[in-house]
Ligand binder design. Structure first.
Ligand code: SAH
Length: 526
């Protein structure tokens, strides 16, 4: 990558991050984040987008948040210029679209004045996206003839207002006010004074496109009292116009089964993504708190010994996708390829492990119906193991039931640890923060293995568990995990029939859908 010396100047990319939902970043924005040398971002930017940024990238927060150090606009402009003098790719990440009430115009002008090359990547503005997620089409044929984005920042009562209230009130237009929460009573009063009907539908959308999106609906006359009653805080948009009424029919986002639920994912970082994505697809706020980390075993001795003579192995047994990946990597590192596994028979504990095998072109000869060690043992009943060499490629600390039973069945068993599960201490700070006050607790904790339970307990401290276990619902992937969770005092509310990640999500969905129905029925009775 280009690394400019003193004479060479980098480029500043003003990138719109979209309104909040990380999926609404543009492909161009994502590509630039992936090669950013420095990212300078605001508080409206979803911090998850920083996951696209390389490890070495400098991250500078310049947002305004109560009690936090903030940089004034001139200082931000200066920072952009300075960074461009030493870095090739300077990303300035801004909420929504950089040029819509985002002061992106000022930043671009400052760069132009300083002779710094810049590009601007548009983003989806809140005025489009948040309305959409709230079930309000910004325009609809017959209902309005235009769409107006208005700043709500300025005091509407001030003399010589930049806003032509008379024109705004007169036009058959959907009005969208940005930054208007503080001025809401004055905005509605101005519109009514200038002739807009007090009955005009109005809405306030807070945290649009995010799992905690909150929408209040009323009329020009009622909306500011409604917002006051719930002490609505920014960021929020005010929408005025007939289109607000369509929300009843078009609100799709808030109808998702897990909408509004905060669900903790405790899997290892590299694997958390798939569970978090599936939960988000269902509308949940997935909070990724990796409790575990997968690292090398204390010793490779045992694995290396069997790998030195793969021709001596009759059966190779995998009990996790991690086991497969780690074993195969070690095999490749020893300088051979899959052909070394030749005629070895392979057993897999379940579908996810078999899927991992498939990635290497391997199909297991044995896979039980129930995805636990006991199921595997049962499946082995159909095979003669007498004097067969069986290798278990698995985690360092795992249950003894499998090797012990296979031995009893006549096999010569070698346990070959290919990884170790340890506490992810980088999660400590976030864990402490999340579990500081019950009000901030998530709705659910998901456990996908016994080690996630054990390490989660270590993360938040055993003394906290009774309080957490009584306030937060627990979802476990299967009976072994459930048993471990129970040992620590968690009561499992949800466990899927098949011990797989997609099934865990399905079980959560059906529980929450049931909960909604139960609530509804209860409401009817009382
Ligand atoms: N450039 C941004 C707007 C920045 S001004 C854009 O194009 O969206 C900040 C204002 O944007 C907030 O006060 C609020 O009115 C609005 N806003 C930004 N994100 C929002 C969200 N997720 N939900 C509702 N309003 C939002």
């Amino acid at each position: 990558m280009k690394s400019p010396g003193k004479s060479e100047t980098g480029t500043v990319y003003l990138i719109g991050s979209g309104p909040g939902d990380p999926g609404l970043l543009t492909l161009k924005g994502q590509a630039l984040l992936k090669k950013a040398d420095v990212v300078i971002y605001d508080n409206l930017v979803n911090s998850e987008l920083l996951n696209w940024v390389p490890e070495h990238t400098e991250r500078i927060y310049v947002g305004k948040k109560a009690g936090q150090h903030t940089l004034r606009q001139e200082k931000i402009n200066q920072l952009l210029i300075e960074k461009a003098q030493t870095r090739a790719v300077v990303v300035r990440l801004k909420g929504g679209d950089p040029y819509i009430f985002g002061r992106g115009g000022e930043e671009a002008l400052a760069l132009w004045e300083a002779g710094i090359p810049f590009e601007v990547v548009p983003g989806i503005t809140a005025g489009a996206a948040a309305l959409n997620y709230a079930g309000i089409p910004a325009t609809l044929r017959g209902m309005d003839a235009s769409l107006t984005f208005v700043t709500g920042h300025e005091d509407p009562a001030k003399e010589n207002s930049d806003i032509n209230w008379k024109a705004l009130a007169a036009e058959k237009s959907t009005l969208v006010f940005y930054m208007g929460v503080g001025q809401l009573p004055k905005i509605t009063a101005q519109l009514i004074t200038h002739g807009k009907s007090p009955q005009t539908p109005a809405a306030v959308i807070r945290n649009g496109t995010l799992p905690d999106q909150n929408v209040l609906v009323g009329t020009l006359e009622t909306i500011s009292d409604r917002a006051k009653a719930v002490r609505l805080a920014p960021p929020a948009l005010i929408v005025v116009g007939e289109v607000v009424n369509l929300r009843e029919k078009l609100s799709w986002f808030e109808k998702k089964p897990l909408f509004g639920k905060r669900i903790l994912v405790t899997r290892a970082q590299g694997q958390a993504g798939s569970l978090a994505d599936l939960l988000r697809e269902q509308g949940a706020a997935a909070i990724v708190l990796p409790a575990i980390e997968i690292v090398d075993p204390e010793s490779w001795k045992s694995a290396d010994e069997v790998l030195a003579h793969p021709e001596r192995i009759d059966w190779l047994v995998f009990t996790s996708a991690n086991g497969v990946k780690r074993w195969m990597q070690r095999l490749f590192d020893s300088g051979v390829d899959v052909r070394a596994l030749g005629k070895i028979q392979i057993a897999s504990i379940g579908a996810a492990t078999s899927e991992a095998l498939k990635n290497y072109g391997l199909i297991p000869d044995l896979q039980p119906a129930s995805f636990i060690a006991e199921g595997l043992i049962e499946a082995f009943q159909t095979v003669s193991l007498k004097n067969k060499t069986v290798v278990l490629a698995r985690a360092e600390a795992a249950r003894d039931v499998l090797p012990e039973t296979l031995k009893q069945m006549g096999a010569i068993v070698t346990v070959a640890p290919v990884y170790r599960t340890i506490l992810n201490s980088r999660s400590r700070e976030m864990a402490a923060h999340l579990f500081e006050k019950p009000a901030a607790f998530p709705d659910w904790i998901t456990f996908t293995s016994s080690s996630t339970v054990e390490k989660f307990v270590q993360l938040i401290g055993a003394e906290k568990i009774p309080q957490v276990a009584s306030a937060v619902k627990t979802a476990c992937i299967g009976p072994i995990t459930q048993k471990t969770a129970e040992r620590f005092g968690f009561h499992t509310t949800v466990m899927p029939k098949q011990f797989l990640i997609p099934d865990l999500v399905k079980a959560l969905v059906s529980y929450e859908m049931g909960a909604k129905t139960r609530k509804f029925q209860k409401g009817k009775i009382t």
